[in-house]
Write a protein that binds this ligand. Structure first.
Ligand SMILES: [Zn+2]
Length: 103
């Protein structure tokens, strides 16, 4: 990640990259090796805000396939029926599924 600061504001010691997993969400920041203070950009904190309180689903296994159940409220909201397709695209934070009607 890009170093948005070189040294700790307090200790003036070089900061080091740190990855913290908060509520299952990976945050990339910088840490002072002396006072242990961690620093994050607002975009990293927004990422946490964006995913907090969202329904979490576990990946499962069905034969050779990795599967995940979609929360029923999302199925209803997007009017998804069995037989519809989902176009999967890799995006920065994960996988985006765009439902497409069969006909
Ligand atoms: Zn420090």
């Amino acid at each position: 990640m890009e170093k948005f600061m070189k040294t700790c504001y307090e200790c003036k010691v070089d900061v080091i990259p740190v990855v913290r997993i908060e509520e299952g969400i990976k945050l990339y920041g910088l840490k002072c090796p002396k006072c242990k203070e961690e620093f994050y950009t607002s975009s990293q904190l927004l990422k946490l805000e964006r995913f907090r309180d969202k329904p979490k689903r576990k990946f499962g296994k069905l034969g050779d396939a990795t599967i995940m159940r979609i929360p029923p409220e999302l199925i209803k909201k997007h009017n998804i029926s069995p037989g519809d397709y989902g176009i999967c695209t890799s995006v920065e934070d994960g996988i985006l599924i765009v439902p497409v009607k069969e006909k």
